[in-house]
Structures are given as C-alpha cells and as structure tokens.
Design a protein around this ligand. Structure first.
Ligand code: HGY
Ligand code: MN
Ligand code: MN
Ligand code: MN
Length: 430
C-alpha cells in the first residue's frame, strides 16, 4: 500500500493553484451579473460560453472531449486498459442568480487540473479517468436541480420534464435545442435515454466542492471527507384569492392570496424547528404576489419551498405537514390552492471504498481532515445511484456560499485538487 501511495504521489506535484485561480477568474467573467456576483443559467448565452471555455481547458489539459445529448461534458484521460470503466470527477458551472465564483466551478476546473497533473506526472492509471461538467446542477431555470446527473442515472421522467417551463414559458426541449444541444434527438425522451450511463459504466465518482458551511474553517482543517449527502425536496404552491382595490375592498371581504403565502412561509419555519433536529432545514426561497401593486390586494401568490434533512422520514414528515398547513390556510382564507412536489430525493450514503480513498489521500498528503455530511445537495447525490461515490470538501471563507462574497483560498483549493488527484489515482489503480 505504501508503495502504491508513494507511486501515486508524483501525480499531485503538478497541481497549480495559480492556474486554477486564473481560470476561476476567467470563468467568472462569463456571467449575467457583474463579478463577483455570478449568474449563469442553464443553456443561456453565458452558460453556453462557459461550456465552450471548459471544453477548451479540457483540450488544453490533453483530455479527449465529448458532450452528451443533455449537455454533460466529459474530458477523458486514457488508462492502461481503456476497456475498463473510468474513475470520474466533476461538478457544475451553472450558478444561481447573484451567487459566487466557486460553487461547482472548483469541482469542474479542479477535476481538469487533477487529470492534467496526473498526465504531466507521467503516471498512467490502470483505468481511464474523466473530468465531468454536468449539464446543470442548480434548479434556477426549470425549478428542477441536477438535470444532467438525473439523466445519467435514468431518474428523470421525460413527460414530467416536458411539463416544466422557465420564467418565459419556454419548455426544456426548446431550450436545449436552441442552445445547439440535444444531439439531434427529436424529443425529450430520446435526449434523456441517450444520456443514460449503462450499469457499471462508471467505476467510482468523486466530487470536489467548497463546503458551503463554516465547520472546516472553524476547526482549522484542510479537507472534509464527506460520508453522506442530505435529502433535498422542493414543493411549489399557488394560491388564488379575490384580489381588488386596496381602498375599497374592506378587510372582512378579502381573500388575500399574499397573506396566505406569508402565513405559509411562517408555517414552513415552524415545522422545520418543530422536529428539534438541527439537521432539518426548510426555506421559502420564492414568494411572489400578483399583480404586485401597492394599492392592489394580492389576487394570486406563488411560493416555492425547499425542505432537507439527513433523515428521509423526518424530511418527508415535515413536507407532509407543510402541505397540510397550506390546505388549512387556503380554507381559512377562502383561497383556492394547488401544489406540486417538484422533487423528493433520497439521501445518498458515500461508498466506503471511495471515502477510504479520499481519507488515505488526505492522510498521505499530511492534510488535517474530518468526516462530515453535506447539507447542500450536489450531482454526487445522483451519481451515488449508479456508482460508488464520495466527495471532498475544502473550506470557504466564513462558510459563505450562494453569495458574491463566496471565496476559497489558493492553498485550500490546491489541497483539495491534490487530494482529488491522489484519490482518483488510488481508485483507478496506479
Ligand atoms: O441547493 C443546493 O444545495 C445546491 O447548492 N444547489
Ligand atoms: Mn449551489
Ligand atoms: Mn454546487
Ligand atoms: Mn450543490
């Protein structure tokens, strides 16, 4: 084992945090908002530019590039035996509105940097290695997260996906084809089935990501060895009341959809607190009223709620109670209400041998590490359904994420990429 570790060690010398930092800055310029605020939404102009930029980095790192029908982009480094399933690492470059430069991006550019370092070290692993940029991880455009990795693991019903619309009423198929993707397939079903990874198609998957929380920084640690990924769910509600003139419509006659939404968002908070478990979180991230004029009683409201927990049963109970509250509130306020569960995903345990490879790599490199769960979801949540999966966290300043002041230092990023390179080399066999 020691021989294997030292044999693999050369893989990490070539990792350059300077190069990585410059690439992160360059990618940050491809944003609908002015950096450091980053907005990059699936299949929009800056997203397509980002894809081309990443493909260029993959080629420059000596990787063979391919893109699947949904827009997952793979950069491949041949192994001694190319018939073997690859060890894969990747993440996303799409970014929710007004977020930061590092969420997801570190895992895409870091994977490319890790494979470049391995190639330049002259080490050839037994299995091929792949760097992967998922089509999109954030739910921004269609309300559904992880479209690329859901397609890869066959957990995305095309008929359901075809019901989704973006804020302009555009459907997925129209969006993917007008962005020059879709692989020429004539409908969503064939696009998705073309992206499916066959059983055993990936030997192991590791995602490098900023922690998006404060623990590593608080404990003065270098690496988070992730053991499980929380179970995310989201549900959207629409209330319909009577609406009317803010002066003439007297209080007893109002069916105020805006107040129904406000009352529901407080119920969301109290159900999450009600479990008394720190792992239960629930967020009313979207609350819109219509028509949205100061002198008009809200006739309609649209609410989107995100509910997560490490324990699936407890998460589902909170979700059910929130829906029940919405029904009671609608009755009390004489509003019509309809709801739709957008996603309700199981948590993902990380695979022992991948966790061990990450832990050994961090130990071999002398990094201080801790085992931890991921409270954010990632594409790794879905990759865990088709391959042994693990994650590597690095500290981010103040634990801040999904904000323009999101930041991770060159040293922390370099530690993460080195750990990734060594873990991949161990999993791929050197
Ligand atoms: O919300 C999440 O957990 C992810 O960062 N999209
Ligand atoms: Mn995110
Ligand atoms: Mn992310
Ligand atoms: Mn995520």
């Amino acid at each position: 084992l020691l021989a294997a570790a030292t044999a693999a060690a050369p893989t990490v010398q070539g990792v350059s945090a300077e190069r990585l930092f410059d690439q992160i800055e360059a990618l940050g310029e491809l944003s609908d908002t002015t950096p450091p605020s980053i907005t990059r939404v699936l299949y929009t102009e800056n997203d397509v530019r980002a894809r081309d930029y990443v493909k260029g980095l993959m080629r420059d790192a000596g990787l063979e590039v391919r893109e699947d029908s949904v827009g997952n982009i793979f950069g491949r480094l041949a192994g001694e035996d190319d018939s073997l399933a690859p060890v894969v690492s990747g993440s996303h470059t799409d970014a929710i509105p007004h977020s930061g430069k590092y969420d997801g991006v570190l895992g895409v550019l870091g994977a490319i940097e890790a494979l470049r370092a391995i190639r330049e070290s002259g080490v050839t692993t037994r299995r091929p290695l792949e760097a992967l940029m998922f089509a999109s991880e954030e739910p921004t455009r269609f309300g559904l997260s992880c479209i690329g990795s859901r397609a890869m693991c066959g957990r995305l019903d095309p008929d359901y996906l075809d019901t989704l619309r973006d804020e302009n009423g555009t459907a997925f198929y129209e969006a993917v084809t007008s962005a020059g993707r879709g692989g020429g397939h004539e409908n969503t079903a064939s696009i998705l089935s073309a992206a499916l990874i066959p059983a055993g198609g990936i030997h192991a998957f590791v995602e490098l990501h900023i922690e998006q929380g404060p623990l590593l920084e608080q404990e003065g640690l270098d690496i988070g060895v992730v053991t499980a990924i929380a179970a995310p769910a989201s549900v959207s509600f629409d209330f319909l009341g009577n609406g009317g003139h803010a002066g003439a419509l007297l209080m007893p006659y109002r069916k105020d959809a805006g107040l129904a939404a406000a009352e529901l968002s407080l119920a969301v908070e109290s159900w999450a607190l009600g479990t008394k478990a720190i792992d239960t979180v629930a967020t009313t991230g979207v609350l819109q009223v219509y028509p949205g004029a100061v002198n008009s009683v809200p006739r309609e409201s649209h609410v989107e709620v995100d509910v997560r927990d490490i324990e699936e049963k407890r998460r589902d109970h909170v979700l059910d109670m929130i829906i029940k509250s919405a029904e009671q509130i609608a009755d009390k306020r004489q509003c019509e209400m309809k709801y739709r569960i957008v996603n309700k995903d199981p948590p993902a345990p990380c695979a022992d041998d991948v966790v061990a490879a990450v832990q050994d790599a961090a130990d071999d490199l002398g990094f201080k590490s801790m085992r931890m769960v991921s409270r954010a979801y990632h594409d790794a949540l879905f990759m865990a359904q088709i391959a042994p999966t693990g994650m590597i966290f690095v500290p981010c300043k103040g634990g801040v994420s999904h904000r323009p002041d999101e930041f991770s230092s060159k040293r922390d990023m370099e530690n993460g990429v080195r750990t990734l390179a060594l873990a991949m080399a161990k999993l791929a066999g050197v």
